[in-house]
Ligand binder design. Structure first.
Ligand code: NAG
Ligand code: NAG
Ligand code: NAG
Ligand code: NAG
Length: 550
């Protein structure tokens, strides 16, 4: 089934490979995609070369590991998961085993083992963890200087990214009923452009069951996204268990729509196994009405339920208690404190708040600042770096803790302004990267560049990445995955691949066929991603047609 090259030819290919390993690679050849020439990689690797060979992959592919981190259970578990994804046709394994028994000496696969080399034994997952990897796939040969398929990475998380790419090289061939890798030999040297590549989910506007959150996390790993921003609570519901203040989750929609501490820890563990950090959010002082269901003292008055009562120490005791409980669950160095859309009108007409403001000579804007800064100090005291929505920067940026990470949503050039003041920034402009905006097509998501308007390299570095936001007002379990996908993938490639690769050429030719293919890959893995060509997100297709062209 594979093309048999004369030995010398193979040797030459291997030699040229060994040269490219040690010297810098030529820039990737222009990507020309044809419907009939897989594989299509998404997101596009930073550097790669490919050839013209077709190699078969043994359904009994074995894993060999090396390096200090090779033996990590994270690597083993990922290999097992990907084996299930690569060899999903049940009859394939069985029939090939039968074939092997019958024609033992005749059946030979080109790729019989995958070698994963991981240099570091640290499984610490934090912002900026090394996700780079090298992936080589070439025919197994007596003279081979590299194993048939090798992933080399500094960390287990780089190895995970390499495994995803390897799985995307593998395609099932219906004629031979075997898994094949086209265009071998492959040499891929890959790393992300941005260290923070997020997706927000909102479990307050609609509760999302733990299994659904896990499906979302799993699907994120296919597009190499690496931060799940969990907007856990908001004004509508408080589904989260907080042992220190056990009445808080009385603010859940119902007693069945809740997350226990153990649920949350399991989500963090599940995400870590896929190289994904979980950033929790507690949005204060606005967006917090649901807190008062359990503790009405947090409301300034029964008719003024948010922002939270700024005058009482109890309010900050509760925040401190929640953060202490959450610190035991969420190891990520970032914690999101919200701070968006604070409407202080009702503070001004609540007698005791009005008196408190007067006593401190505070405007209500001063009081909002006081609240946000005090909450920041609580987070910092728990060894967290605070993240806040952009309003905190626009209203009182000069008073924010300099460690603050500003998250954009509203104003398109806010990251430009924030990094000019030395803050780090996460780009999430609502016009393009809010997934609940259903009228934004994939190409507008794709063409949105977080570094637009920022020219100074030292300021560019402060844009740590971006995030697509799946707000939950009009999305629940019934539609959430098809609203996220495939558009989140468009942003994922923007954030992973090189700026040149995503900015050059006609994306109808360079990206769309690959995105179609990636959407179908998601479908094949059970993710209900919607058609790419939708004029309105998450709709079913408008008529009959191939997955690869809709
Ligand atoms: C409230 O907390 C502040 C800051 O910790 C403290 O200075 C103040 O004495 C407290 N007030 C009361 C009434 O406990
Ligand atoms: C205070 O203002 C808010 C919003 O403007 C309003 O809903 C509320 O009824 C007012 N409360 C009182 C006590 O006047
Ligand atoms: C109150 O604050 C304003 C401006 O913030 C300032 O001009 C004024 O002097 C202050 N008044 C007192 C009594 O401190
Ligand atoms: C991009 O390519 C498509 C398909 O060939 C074509 O229809 C479109 O006009 C091209 N766009 C530009 C800006 O060249």
């Amino acid at each position: 089934m594979a093309l048999n090259l004369p030995l010398l030819n193979t040797l030459l290919i291997l030699l040229s490979l060994s040269i490219t390993i040690t010297t810098s690679l030529p820039s990737p050849s222009p990507v020309t995609i044809h419907q009939d020439s897989p594989p299509y990689l998404w997101p596009l690797p930073a550097k790669f070369t490919s050839g013209e060979e077709t190699l078969s992959v043994d359904p009994a592919l074995s894993l060999t590991v090396a390096g200090n981190g090779g033996g990590s259970p994270i690597v083993r578990a990922a290999f097992d998961r990907y084996m299930g994804m690569i060899f999903k046709h049940a009859y394939n394994r069985a029939s090939s085993l039968l074939t092997r028994i019958r024609f033992l000496s005749m059946v030979e696969y080109d790729i019989t083992s995958l070698k994963i080399i991981v240099h570091s034994d640290s499984e610490e997952l934090q912002l900026g963890v090394d996700e780079s990897y090298t992936l080589m796939v070439s025919k197994k040969n007596e003279l081979s200087i590299v194993a048939a398929a090798t992933i080399e990475a500094n960390t287990v998380y780089g190895a995970l990214r390499g495994l995803e790419t390897f799985s995307q090289l593998c395609a099932f061939d219906y004629l031979t009923k075997s898994v094949q890798i086209y265009k071998a030999p492959w040499f891929i040297q890959d790393k992300p452009r941005f260290q923070y590549r997020g997706l927000l989910i909102d479990t307050s506007r609609h509760f999302l069951p733990v299994d659904v959150i896990k499906q979302i996390i799993e699907s994120m790993s296919f597009a190499k996204l690496n931060v799940l921003h969990w907007h856990i609570v908001d004004e509508q519901s408080f589904p989260f268990e907080t042992p220190t203040y056990p009445n808080l989750w009385k603010g859940a929609y119902s007693r069945w729509e809740r997350y226990t501490v153990e649920d949350a820890s399991e989500i963090v563990r599940f995400a870590k196994m896929r190289g994904i950090n979980v950033m929790a959010e507690l949005d204060v002082p606005g967006h917090a009405e649901s807190w008062g269901t359990g503790y009405p003292d947090l409301w300034p008055s029964p008719s003024c339920r948010e922002p939270l009562d700024v005058t009482k120490n109890f309010t900050f005791d509760v925040i401190s208690g929640i953060l202490a409980d959450m610190r035991k669950i969420f190891p990520f160095e970032f914690f999101h404190l919200g701070g968006d859309e604070v409407n202080t009108d009702c503070w001004k007409n609540t007698t005791h708040v009005k008196e408190w403001l007067h006593g401190r000579n505070f405007t209500s804007k001063d009081a909002d600042k006081y609240f946000v800064l005090r909450a920041q100090q609580i987070a910092i005291s728990k060894n967290w770096t605070p993240v806040n929505w952009e309003e905190t920067f626009s209203s009182f940026g000069k008073d924010l803790d300099p460690r603050t990470v500003v998250q954009n949503w509203l104003v398109s050039d806010i990251c430009q302004k924030a990094v000019a003041k030395g803050f780090r920034c996460i780009f999430s402009n609502q016009g393009y990267w809010y997934l609940d905006h259903l009228d934004v097509p994939w190409d507008e998501v794709y063409n949105t560049e977080p570094l637009n308007g920022i020219h100074d390299p030292s300021q560019q570095k402060l844009v740590i990445g971006g995030e697509v936001c799946m707000w939950g007002e009009t999305a629940d379990t019934s539609v959430v995955l098809q609203t996220i996908w495939p558009r989140a993938a468009a942003a994922a490639e923007r954030m992973w691949s090189t700026r040149e690769a995503v900015s050059k050429g006609n994306i109808t030719l360079t990206a769309l066929p690959r995105l179609h293919y990636f959407r179908c890959l998601l479908n094949n893995r059970g993710v209900p991603a919607a058609p790419v060509d939708n004029w309105y997100a998450r709709r079913p297709p408008s008529g009959p047609g191939s997955c690869y062209a809709q």
